[in-house]
Design a protein around this ligand. Structure first.
Ligand code: T5A
Length: 213
């Protein structure tokens, strides 16, 4: 059986990951593929419980290394229980965030060392890496305005300062520039229909060889 592919959507707050994930799922299913949609933090019962802790403003001041380790504890369960078994069964996995977010938020945003994150990535994921990461890039103000327009209370990370989110954005763009063969950067400040059209066209091209298998 052919292994499934692993696609991740990344970006800052309000970049449009959830809105575009649904479109991506429909596009892949129209190709006759089995698709599993998941998210981080979350993706398993343990992961969803850890998400609740990670985002709850009651834990303001959480030690940076505690935050990093909780992200990777969540991910260890997600990889073992959901992502790896699905890929091995030939299912395509599409995830709202994955390890690039740890590099961007805990590394770029919080200033933790890249080497520490890379060590945890190897421990938890072994050789598993996304086949493709779609980076939805928006100016920070655009994303924050979209997020705030929903009128929902801010979570612990959304409380962060504008410079924090600028560092997060810069880290995502640096990651994409360092690995252009497995990142596609989309201008997510465009209207949603245009972002989706661009995403579909680029994913079609990226996986062209898979459609003919
Ligand atoms: N985190 C996560 C870490 O710190 N480290 C890690 O390792 C991981 C995995 C939770 C937090 O966890 C942190 C990062 C996050 O702070 P999350 O739940 O994915 O992660 O949080 P958010 O990014 O805050 O998710 P959002 O739901 O806010 O943003 P989305 O999914 O990017 O945006 P979406 O699709 O919900 O859209 C937001 C609004 O904008 C509109 C939508 O209709 C919606 O109203 N919109 C557009 N409007 C106009 N034009 C477009 N192109 C639009 N696209 C969307």
């Amino acid at each position: 059986m052919q292994r499934g592919r692993f696609i991740v959507l990344e970006g800052g707050e309000g970049a449009g990951k959830s809105s575009n994930l649904q479109c991506l799922q429909q596009m892949l299913e129209a190709r006759g593929l089995r698709v599993l949609r998941t998210r981080e933090p979350g993706g398993t019962p343990l992961g969803e419980a850890l998400r609740f802790i990670l985002l709850d403003p009651v834990y303001e001041g959480m030690e940076l290394k505690a935050e990093l380790l909780l992200m990777f504890a969540m991910r260890a369960q997600h990889v073992a229980q959901v992502i790896r078994p699905a890929l091995e069964a030939g299912t395509w996995v599409i995830s709202d965030r994955f390890t690039s977010s740890s590099y961007a938020y805990q590394g770029g945003g919080r200033g933790l060392e890249t080497e520490t994150i890379a060590w945890l990535e190897n421990l938890v994921q072994s050789d598993l890496r996304p086949d493709l990461t779609l980076l939805l890039d928006t100016p920070v103000d655009v994303g924050l305005a979209r997020m705030r327009s929903r009128g929902e209370p801010e979570d612990r990370i959304e409380h962060e300062s504008r410079p924090f989110f600028e560092r997060v954005r810069a880290s995502f763009l640096e990651q994409a520039a360092a690995a252009p063969e497995r990142f596609i950067v989309l201008d997510a400040a465009q209207p949603l229909a245009e972002v989706q059209a661009s995403m579909q066209a680029q994913v079609e091209r990226y996986f062209a060889a898979c459609w003919t298998d």
